[in-house]
Design a protein around this ligand. Sequence first.
Ligand SMILES: NC(=O)c1ccc[n+]([C@@H]2O[C@H](COP(=O)([O-])OP(=O)(O)OC[C@H]3O[C@@H](n4cnc5c(N)ncnc54)[C@H](OP(=O)(O)O)[C@@H]3O)[C@@H](O)[C@H]2O)c1
Length: 333
Amino acid sequence: MTADSFRCLIVFEKKADVFDRQITTKTLSDLPDGDVLVKVHYSSLNYKDALSATGNKGVTRKYPHTPGIDASGEIVESKDRRFKTGENVLVTGYDLGMNTSGGFGQYIRVPANWIVALPENLSLKESMIFGTAGFTAALCIQKLELVGVTPEKGDILVTGASGGVGSISVAILAHMGFSVTAITGKPDANIFLKNLGAKKIISRKEFLDLSSKPLLPQRWAGVIDTVGANMLSTALRSTHRHGAVACCGNVAGAQLDITIYPFILRGISLFGADSATSAMETRKILWKKLSNEWKFAALDQISRQIGFNELNQEIDNVLSGGQIGRCVLNLDK
Ligand SMILES: NC(=O)c1ccc[n+]([C@@H]2O[C@H](COP(=O)([O-])OP(=O)(O)OC[C@H]3O[C@@H](n4cnc5c(N)ncnc54)[C@H](OP(=O)(O)O)[C@@H]3O)[C@@H](O)[C@H]2O)c1
């Protein structure tokens, strides 16, 4: 290693449409231009990272590439007066880890406008336990609050509940006093979800409604859906009159087969969430909430910490739907 070289994961195209990845080194001069150079201490593994790490060109157009849509660390160089050397910061989304070298490397160089100062009540590690997953959960909860979904209105549903966005949604909603029903495909995730505060756990198979009924019995005041396809359709058809659904993911597919009746006969609202392009103002508001009133007690228990050597197998685990909670990458390990 030379003085300006650092460790990172690189994904490369071995031959047309065949991708491989390795832990290797890059130099600071390999990083794109940008206002702020950050020494990354922690990153986290999200579904999108697993897609980027396996050559998904909808996420990353050009390879070789270093994924990692999340990073937290210390500023080591800044050309922007708003940020000083030594300051702790976090970056999630924008183009980080998509076509900009990301948090699976010990340094990132990014525009100052992508940076959020680390909130007072969060450590660098905690900020990555939340990461994009936590920020997206917060975004979805904010949307539900907009239309008055409160604990008094009834049960709330979270799908893909043991995954990153799902588990943090369960934990924050339970912490806020909601009665949370969690849908999971993993029979062994029950204790994990109960410990996060889920009141009821339903298996994915039992929940999915494959009939073409336009409306189902009303069960949910609100829903956070991380799965898409029939899961989203079933959730929409079983949401209470004037309830709301916030959707953010498509692990089960991108098609939505549904009639217009939940919307025009029950007045249901369907919100989308796009964390990567969220406005800085929204980021500041939600990171403040995550570091204060939405910071739940089990935050540390929801994550496991890995080093570079475990990253490859964890990426495969995400792609096979096996993720439980959050996986935090310690770049110093
Ligand atoms: N829009 C945004 O801003 C945004 C931000 C973050 C993530 N996302 C999206 O949200 C989704 C979840 O992301 P994540 O990072 O939380 O992923 P993750 O940690 O890998 O969790 C995904 C979870 O979904 C469930 N699942 C997996 N395959 C499934 C299938 N075929 N059918 C039904 N459920 C399945 C599993 O939970 P169970 O076994 O408990 O069911 C799995 O643990 C992804 O599609 C991701 O791209 C979007």
